[in-house]
Design a protein around this ligand. Structure first.
Ligand code: GLU
Length: 381
């Protein structure tokens, strides 16, 4: 560490399914990381890639640490060592990490550089990670991709009349839990491009509520202002700070959990007053909450579909690195839209033909596609 002490960090990389290779999934830096969470998230990646029909298996990684309490140098050293420790697992054709909570383009650039040092002659080595800075073969649409993909599905659901009581996104009220990359971009796109009213925003320190609506860009500037020592949205325009249960259960048209897993628990689900839940976090809803929601008139857009936009644009980045080209942003966005709307259409048909919930339908779609791969490959020897 910078003060000369030695600190040992525990990290993981889990590959869930190698039916398709490379396996694919983000790297999380958080004090909450543990092997069971990373394993569950790796399985989610397998299912997500089947729903979005991408030729990847599922994986996930993480390091138990608090990146907010570490200096850039400390983070770089930890990232390099972690990459070295998992270097026998990763590679452009075996396993391709990407950002997740607590990581971003900077860490992906360092991961690529570390991998390259030990694989000097590897062809298209920058395809070893996605979500890189543009200079290293990153894709300009990647930062907004998860948000953009989720909004695309929400827009389809509204246009197709699947959300009872919501016929237009214009003036729809929105509560967003989580104001990291995904939460911020979702709020911003919904506000700027669709005319939604962002009435609630929260981060790890608390939630702010403003029935008139806030401009996500201004809230973001407030949070990232050098003078804001808390590095939080709390205190924005003197608004009161709300606790999670009070915040999530405020009346709104659209609720977007974009923080982390198990946020919508049974007691919160029972009190929710929203028309639709767009699950941009991975696993934000517990099983009990899911059961309660299925009995309420709430349209659920499940995580393995809703947040598949991130890995879909990762697919473009991986392809362009392997080809040694740079895709035009319009080509990336049109592939994103096509993949997301096709997946949503497939989900809607599954839900209809089996008379199941959207969650069950998404799992049925993913698992039946994975089963078909197993059948088509057969069993060795
Ligand atoms: N961490 C993201 C997710 O959970 C992105 C994964 C990727 O791009 O590989 O979907």
């Amino acid at each position: 560490m910078n003060d000369g002490t030695l600190k040992i960090f525990v990290g993981y990389r889990v590959q869930h399914s190698k039916l398709y290779e490379p396996t694919k999934g983000g790297i999380r830096y958080s004090p909450d990381v543990d092997l069971s969470v990373i394993t569950a998230l790796a399985m989610e990646m397998t299912l997500k890639c089947r729903v979005a029909d991408l030729p990847f298996g599922g994986a996930k990684g993480g390091v138990i640490c608090n990146p907010r309490e570490m200096s850039p140098d400390e983070l770089e050293r930890m990232t390099r060592r972690y990459t070295f420790e998992i270097s026998s697992m990763i590679g452009p054709d075996s396993d391709v990490p990407a950002p997740d909570i607590g990581t971003g383009p900077k860490e992906m650039g360092i991961m690529f550089d570390t991998y390259k040092m030990f694989n000097q002659r590897a062809p298209y080595a920058n395809a070893v990670v996605t979500g890189k800075p543009l200079t290293l073969g990153g894709c300009s649409a990647r930062l907004e991709a998860t948000a953009q993909g989720g909004v695309c599905i929400l827009d389809e659901a509204v246009k197709q009349g699947h959300i009872s009581g919501l016929t237009s996104l214009k003036d729809a009220t929105v509560i967003v839990q989580g104001f990291g990359n995904v939460g911020f971009h979702t709020a911003n796109i919904l506000h700027k491009d669709y005319g939604c009213r962002i009435i609630g925003i929260s981060d790890s320190k608390g939630g702010i509520y403003n029935p008139k609506g806030s401009n996500p860009s201004d809230v973001h500037n407030y949070k990232t202002d050098e003078k804001n020592e808390k590095e939080s949205i709390v205190g924005y325009e003197g608004l009161d700070t709300l606790a999670t249960d009070e915040f999530l259960t405020k009346e709104c048209d659209i609720l977007v959990p974009a923080a982390k897993e198990t946020q919508i628990i049974g007691s919160i689900a029972a009190d929710l007053k929203t028309k639709v839940i767009l699950e941009l976090a991975n696993g934000p809803t517990t099983n009990l909450a899911d059961k309660i929601l299925s009995e309420k008139d709430v349209y659920l857009i499940p995580d393995i579909l809703a947040n598949a936009g991130g890995v879909t644009v990762s697919y473009c980045e991986w392809l362009q690195n392997k080809e040694g080209t740079q895709w035009k942003i319009d080509a990336v966005n049109s592939l994103l839209r096509e993949k997301m709307t096709t997946a949503y259409g497939d989900l809607v048909s599954t839900v209809k033909s089996h008379d199941v919930t959207t969650r069950e339908g998404a799992y049925m779609l993913a698992i039946s596609r994975a089963m078909q791969v197993v059948k088509d490959r057969g069993i060795f020897p």
